[in-house]
Design a protein around this ligand. Structure first.
Ligand code: ADP
Length: 627
C-alpha cells in the first residue's frame, strides 16, 4: 500500500472547494458521469486505432445509490487506470487543476457574473463527499488499484481485486449533503444534465411487460421482466444530419426536450457548422404571445451532449432567447463572466451565425409557402420585430420576409405595401401614408372611416411597435406611419381638392368660442371644413406625442419623463356638419351646452374615453332624450 500527500499548497483544499462553489454542488454528478463517458469514448477510440486489443461490447455507465451506507457509486466500463495512472491523473492532474482553479476563481467565483458551470472535474466529488474511493482496472493487463482520500490532502493507494475493466467511484456522502441519497434527487439530476449524453446511463431497473404470445391461452397472465432503466437518449436529433430527419423526428425531439409542453412548435432551424467554430443544435419557434418576458430561458446549452445551462444570454442574440431548443458547442468558454462572453470573438461569431441562419430559414419559409408563413405570422412577429430593432444584421435581411398585416388579414411586405400605397395614400408632401391601428375594437370607428375612403389600414399591435415604426421611417424617407385616430382621415391623407367651408371666418370664431365654453381644457378644439357626411365631432391623438409616450413606456432610451406626460387630445369639429350649424345657431345657452356635451361624449365614446361617472351620466342623459 502506498500512502502519500497530494501536492497542494493550500493546506486543505476541500473546504475551499465547498465554500467557493456553494451554489452548484449538484454538478458533481454531471462531472463524474462525464469522466465515465470520456473514459468509455477514449477506449472506443483506442480500439478503433488498434491500440487496445479488447472487446468494446455495449458499455454503459451505472449510478447506484446506497441509502443505508450513505454512498453513491458511479461505475463505468471505460479504459480504467493503472496504479501509476491514478497517481498521475488523480493526484497530480486533478488536484493541480483544483489548485489552479481555486487560485483563479477565489475572488470571482462569489460574483454572480460567473456562469457557475465550468469543467470542475473529478475533485467536484468533494463538494458532497467526505471520503472518495476509486476502484479502477485498466484495459491494460495490470492489477486493479484502490485509491482513497478522506478530504484531507492525505491519500492511500493499494491494489484491488476488481477484475472487470473500468472505474468505480464511491462517494461517502457528507452529513450536509444527504439529500443526494434520494432516488428522486439523483434521477432529477441525471435527467437535467445527462439526458443526451452519448453513453447509455443506467439508474435502477424498471418492469417491462412482455408482449402477449400469438398462441396465448385464454387465461394468459402478462409476463413481466426487470430491465435496466436507461435514463438517456445517447443519439439526440441534433447530433444527426438534417437529411436524416423528418418533420416528425423534429417534433418528437421537441417533445423529448419539453415533455410538459403540449403545443407543437411552428417550425425548426437545424444549426450545423464546423468551421470556423463547432456548433450544432436545433432551434424551435414556439407559438409566442405578445408577452416578451416570460418566454425566456428555454434554450439549453450543451457541450458535447453534456448539459451546461439554460441561460444562453450573450451566446444567442437576445431576441432569439424567446425561442426554444438546444445548442451544442465545445467552443463556448464557460469560465468567463457574461460580459467577458460578449467580448469573446468566437462567441460573437457564433451569435452572428445563429442570427444569419434564422434569417435565412425565415426567408426560405416565406418563399416556399407564403400562405403558411402568413398564417403563422401572429405567433412569430414579436421575435422578428424585436430582432429588427435589436440586431442590425437581422434588420438588413428582414425586408425579405417581414410582413405588415392589414385589419382585413391581408399581408404585405414593406415593398409591396409601398406599391399599394402609391395608388391613393399619399400626403400633401407626396409621402406614402401608412395608416395603422393598434387595436381593432378600440379604434373601430376610425378604421371604418378610413376603409370607407378605400384606404388600407394595417393592424400593428405589438408592444414595441412604436419603436419599430420609428426606425422604419428613419430608413424609408418616403413613408410616414400614422395611427388612424391621430387626426381626421381627410387631414392624414391630403386630397387635391379643398372642401369649401360653409361657415364664414366670423361664424367660425363664434362657434369656437361656444365650444370652448363647454369643453374641458385637456382638449384643443380644431375646426375643419370637411365633407358634410364626415363625423361632426371626433377626438384625435397626435401621432408624434402619442408615439413618444408609448416609446418611453416600453423602454425608449433617453426619453425620461415622457411617461408622466398627460394625454393630449384634439377635438376635431367638422364645420360643414349639420351639428356644427345647429350649435352655432342655437340661441338657448342651456340647449347649446347640451348639444356640445352630448356630441363630445359621443366622440369620447368612439375613442373608448368615456368611463365611470361620465359614462353613467351620459347613459342617463341619453335615456332622458329618447323618452
Ligand atoms: P479532466 O476530466 O478535465 O481531465 P478530471 O479532474 O475530471 O479532469 O480528471 C483527471 C483525469 O483523471 C482525467 O483526465 C482522466 O485521465 C482521469 N480520470 C478521471 N475519471 C476517470 C474515469 N472514470 N476513468 C478513467 N480515467 C479517469
Amino acid at each position: 500500500m502506498t500512502t502519500g500527500k497530494i501536492n497542494v499548497s493550500v493546506e486543505n483544499i476541500f473546504p475551499l472547494i465547498k465554500k467557493f462553489l456553494y451554489s452548484d454542488h449538484e454538478i458533481f454528478l454531471r462531472e463524474l458521469v462525464s469522466n465515465g463517458t470520456d473514459a468509455t469514448l477514449k477506449l472506443k477510440h483506442l480500439i478503433s486505432i488498434g491500440e487496445a486489443k479488447v472487446e468494446y461490447g455495449n458499455p454503459i455507465i451505472e449510478i447506484k445509490v446506497d441509502k443505508d451506507g450513505k454512498k453513491i457509486h458511479i461505475i463505468d466500463q471505460g479504459l480504467g487506470m493503472t496504479a501509476d495512472e491514478v497517481e498521475k491523473y488523480i493526484n497530480q492532474v486533478a488536484f493541480s487543476g483544483a489548485e489552479e482553479f481555486l487560485d483563479k476563481y477565489k475572488d470571482s467565483a462569489k460574483d454572480s457574473g460567473i456562469i457557475g458551470h465550468f469543467g470542475l472535474g473529478f475533485y467536484s466529488a468533494f463538494m458532497v463527499a467526505e471520503k472518495v474511493e476509486i476502484i479502477t482496472k485498466s484495459y491494460k493487463d495490470e492489477p486493479a488499484a484502490h485509491w482513497t482520500c478522506d478530504g484531507s490532502p492525505e491519500f492511500t493507494l493499494e491494489p484491488a481485486d476488481k477484475t472487470s475493466r473500468g472505474t468505480e467511484i464511491i462517494l461517502h456522502i457528507a452529513e450536509d449533503s444527504l439529500e443526494f441519497l434520494d432516488d428522486s434527487k439523483i434521477s432529477g439530476l441525471l435527467n437535467k444534465y445527462n439526458k443526451f449524453m452519448p453513453i447509455p446511463i443506467k439508474f435502477g431497473t424498471r418492469t417491462e411487460t412482455l408482449p402477449k404470445p400469438e398462441d396465448a391461452p385464454e387465461d394468459y397472465v402478462n409476463e413481466t421482466i426487470e430491465v435496466d432503466n436507461i435514463i438517456n437518449n445517447p443519439n439526440p436529433a441534433w447530433t444527426k444530419q438534417p437529411s436524416e430527419l423528418s418533420d416528425e423526428d423534429y417534433k418528437n425531439f421537441y417533445r423529448e426536450l419539453y415533455p410538459m409542453q403540449f403545443e407543437e412548435p411552428l417550425f425548426n432551424i437545424h444549426l450545423n457548422v464546423d468551421y470556423p467554430f463547432n456548433l450544432t443544435g436545433i432551434l424551435y419557434f414556439p407559438k409566442l404571445g405578445t408577452d416578451m418576458q416570460i418566454q425566456k430561458d428555454k434554450i439549453q446549452l450543451y457541450q458535447n451532449q453534456v448539459y451546461v445551462t439554460d441561460n444562453v444570454e450573450g451566446i444567442v442574440p437576445e431576441f432569439l432567447t424567446m425561442l426554444k431548443g438546444v445548442i451544442d458547442s465545445p467552443d463556448i468558454p464557460l469560465n468567463v463572466s457574461r460580459s467577458g462572453l460578449q467580448a469573446d470573438g468566437a462567441v460573437k461569431k457564433i451569435s452572428n451565425y445563429i442570427t444569419r441562419k434564422v434569417a435565412d430559414k425565415l426567408k426560405a419559409l416565406f418563399n416556399e409557402n407564403r400562405a403558411d408563413f402568413e398564417a403563422k405570422w401572429n405567433d412569430i412577429k414579436i421575435v422578428l420585430e424585436y430582432g429588427m430593432l435589436s440586431e442590425d444584421k437581422f434588420y438588413e435581411k428582414a425586408g425579405a420576409f417581414v410582413l405588415y398585416p392589414t385589419v382585413d388579414d391581408k399581408y404585405f411586405t414593406l415593398e409591396e405595401l409601398k406599391e399599394k400605397l402609391k395608388e391613393n395614400q399619399t400626403d400633401k408632401d407626396g409621402k406614402l401614408v401608412v395608416l395603422y391601428a393598434g387595436n381593432k375594437d378600440a379604434q373601430h370607428s376610425y378604421i371604418e372611416a378610413a376603409k370607407e375612403k378605400g384606404y388600407e389600414v394595417l393592424l400593428l399591435d405589438s408592444p414595441i411597435i412604436s419603436h419599430l415604426i420609428q426606425k422604419i421611417e428613419n430608413d424609408n424617407r418616403d413613408v410616414t406611419f400614422v395611427r388612424v385616430d391621430s387626426d381626421h382621415i381627410d387631414n392624414l391623407i391630403k386630397k387635391d381638392e379643398n372642401t369649401i367651408s360653409k361657415l364664414s371666418d366670423e361664424e367660425k370664431a363664434t362657434l369656437k368660442t361656444s365650444l370652448e365654453a363647454y369643453i374641458p381644457k385637456a382638449y384643443s378644439v380644431q375646426l375643419e371644413a370637411m365633407d358634410s357626411q364626415a363625423a361632426p365631432f371626433i377626438i384625435t391623438q397626435p401621432e408624434f406625442m402619442r408615439r413618444m409616450k408609448e416609446m418611453s413606456q416600453t423602454g425608449g432610451g433617453g426619453m425620461f419623463g415622457m411617461g408622466n406626460m398627460p394625454e393630449m387630445y384634439n377635438l376635431v369639429v367638422n364645420t360643414n356638419s349639420d351639428l356644427a350649424s345647429s350649435i352655432l345657431n342655437t340661441e338657448d345657452k342651456t340647449h347649446q351646452e347640451h348639444l356640445v356635451k352630448q356630441a363630445l361624449d359621443l366622440a369620447k365614446l368612439s375613442q373608448n374615453l368615456l368611463k365611470g361617472e361620465a359614462l353613467t351620466a351620459f347613459v342617463k342623459r341619453s335615456f332622458e332624450m329618447i323618452k
